[in-house]
Design a protein. Structure first.
Length: 402
């Protein structure tokens, strides 16, 4: 009896186990699916000047980030670029089970290890960049390059000069630091800036670009002051002989350390040895001053500083910008006591009794990429004017023998 009862209990327990307990093999989540989308999209072959992508096009199975050798901001010419793509599987998917070299990237040789979502994509070398000169400026409608072109044309005895900026690169206003940065990143770029403004930049910024020689001379303050650097000119104040007390007093203030700051604040180069201003307390009345528009850039601030130093108001109104030649004529007819000049006096002006006193210098510097295509980093004034005018648009044309 006891044996029969025990047997019945055992049968019942077996039934419970077989019918009522879940199968361990059928519990929990389904196993992850091995990624089977091989083509990685959104990573295109590098193009000169383009910005590298940092992510792939997301799929239903994975996302991915992209890193490039050298971490370029933009792609440059004649360079083989490698993209390292790191995939992240989405929920329900896995790279475990992915075959070696399973993934593909258009126009690249792509490789990956087995069971890995890290892909190395090697693209063909970028092509040779066009040799086109790119003039970089602050903005399209008013720029130092234009002023420099006008100066070069005048110094060469030509009627006018203009500057054709690369409008694709210069549709927005930039700072001069932005301009230098663009030249430092572009082997085919050139920019023109005031020499003193460039000299005020950090050494790191200065070292990022290369200054061209002009007619064989380096762009240095010493060369400007000695009149050997041809991309510069002397600024002066002229008067009719004999010199009036008004002219003498104003010139003395202008060439003093106090007066020179108004030039250098506008990035004109000052005199090597500025003097000390001693006010002529006997002066009464007033006088007029005008002339070169270049001098007019800082003249009104200079006049304000002069009147502050004196404590009275001798200048009749503000500086009148009319050009050096008109200022010369106004000196001769007596309507001006002083005239600003941005050129040397002509022989007939000297014979008519004009005397000019140097007060400072305007100087420009031409900046290019350190690896610029020029074999000799030296241009003549005419060549530089042609570059600014866009009548020469290939660097190779400027190399000796071409």
């Amino acid at each position: 009896m006891r044996t029969k009862t025990l047997f019945s209990i055992m049968v019942a327990l077996t039934a419970i186990v077989l019918l009522g307990c879940p199968n361990p093999a059928t519990t929990g989540s389904e196993p992850d699916t091995v990624i089977n989308i091989a083509a990685i999209t959104g990573v295109t072959a590098p193009i000169i000047g383009a910005t590298p992508v940092t992510t792939i096009t997301e799929t239903a199975q994975y996302t991915g980030i992209v890193a490039w050798n050298g971490s370029p901001e933009t792609f440059v010419a004649d360079t083989v670029y490698t993209a390292t793509i790191t995939l992240t599987a989405k929920t329900g998917y896995t790279t475990t089970g992915v075959a070696e070299n399973f993934f593909t990237v258009a126009e690249a040789t792509a490789t990956n290890a087995g069971n890995s979502g890290v892909i190395t994509a090697v693209f063909p070398a970028t092509g040779t960049a066009p040799d086109t000169i790119r003039l970089i400026g602050l903005q399209p409608d008013h720029d130092t390059a234009l002023l420099a072109a006008q100066f070069l044309a005048g110094s060469l005895g030509l009627s006018s000069g203009t500057a054709v900026l690369d409008t694709a690169l210069d549709s927005t206003t930039k700072t001069t630091v932005d301009v230098v940065a663009e030249v430092a990143a572009d082997r085919y770029a050139i920019a023109v800036l005031p020499l003193l403004e460039f000299q005020n930049f950090s050494q790191t910024i200065q070292d990022s670009v290369l200054a061209l020689k002009i007619d064989g001379f380096d762009a240095t303050t010493a060369n400007v002051r000695s009149s050997t650097y041809p991309f510069s000119r002397t600024l002066s104040l002229a008067y009719m002989t004999p010199q009036s007390s008004f002219a003498s007093d104003f010139i003395e203030y202008t060439v003093s350390a106090s007066g020179q700051t108004f030039l250098t604040d506008q990035f004109f180069i000052g005199l090597e040895f500025p003097g000390t201003y001693l006010k002529d307390a006997t002066l009464t009345g007033s006088f007029a001053i005008g002339g070169s528009s270049t001098v007019g850039t800082f003249a009104d601030s200079l006049i304000n500083g002069y009147e502050t130093a004196r404590g009275d108001f001798l200048v009749n109104g503000s500086y009148t910008s009319m050009g050096s030649t008109a200022g010369s004529n106004s000196l001769k007819d007596g309507s001006l006591a002083l005239a600003g000049f941005s050129r040397d006096l002509k022989a007939n002006e000297i014979s008519d009794g004009l005397t000019a006193i140097p007060i400072g210098y305007e100087a420009f510097i031409a900046l290019v990429h350190p690896d610029n295509p020029l074999t000799v980093k030296d241009l003549t004034k005419l060549q530089l004017l042609e570059v600014l005018n866009d009548t020469r648009n290939s660097w190779n044309e400027l190399n000796p023998g071409n």
